[in-house]
Ligand binder design. Structure first.
Ligand SMILES: CC(C)(COP(=O)(O)OP(=O)(O)OC[C@H]1O[C@@H](n2cnc3c(N)ncnc32)[C@H](O)[C@@H]1OP(=O)(O)O)[C@@H](O)C(=O)NCCC(=O)NCCS
Length: 151
């Protein structure tokens, strides 16, 4: 296992970070990535993301420019039934997996969620490996049908 010097941040993503972010998102879902490429390569998009949600990012402090090697988005949901967090786009660079970067993202998600009085966090996952990882973190599977309509 690598000896890493990594640090977790919330927001603070700048234009020079976009190539790494696009690289990470490309590892997550190639079809969604391709469809939205035009939008997600603009810094204005990420400024909007950071205004409305917590963009948690882990950086490699040993590498020049401190590249982002893992990220997750935590979106506040203030609803009639309470305050919840929705987790999206959890991704760790292939070369950094299994080294605790994901654990660091999760720790930050919990910290921010508690600071914001979220009573729970939700996510959806179609990847068996990731599902196993979420269960280890204490997530329980809910048998809810997920519906989507592309616009
Ligand atoms: C799921 C994911 C975010 C976990 O991140 P991570 O940095 O690998 O997580 P951690 O290192 O904290 O923990 C991973 C666990 O799997 C084990 N592991 C070993 N090799 C691994 C590997 N190549 N990849 C992933 N996990 C590995 C680790 O030992 C660790 O087990 P432990 O908790 O018993 O020590 C990451 O694997 C990933 O980005 N996967 C692809 C994208 C994805 O599926 N995202 C979720 C979308 S819903």
């Amino acid at each position: 296992m690598k000896r890493l010097k990594i640090k977790v941040y919330c927001n603070g993503v700048k234009k020079s970070d976009l190539p790494q972010i696009l690289n990470l998102l490309g590892q997550l879902s190639t079809s969604t990535f391709a469809k939205n490429r035009k939008i997600i390569q603009e810094i204005s998009h990420w400024r909007e993301v950071m205004k409305k949600s917590f963009l948690i990012n882990v950086r490699d402090m040993k590498k020049e420019g401190n590249p982002i090697v893992g990220m997750a988005t935590l979106i506040p949901h203030i609803q009639s039934l309470g305050r919840f967090g929705n987790i999206q786009d959890v991704i760790v660079d292939e070369q950094y997996r299994g080294c605790g970067v994901g654990a660091m993202l999760w720790k930050e998600i919990v910290k921010i969620s508690k600071e914001n009085n979220f009573s729970r966090v939700d996510l959806t996952s179609s990847k068996p490996k990731a599902q196993k990882w979420y269960k280890k973190l204490g997530f329980e599977e809910h048998k809810t049908k997920f519906f989507r309509k592309n616009l």
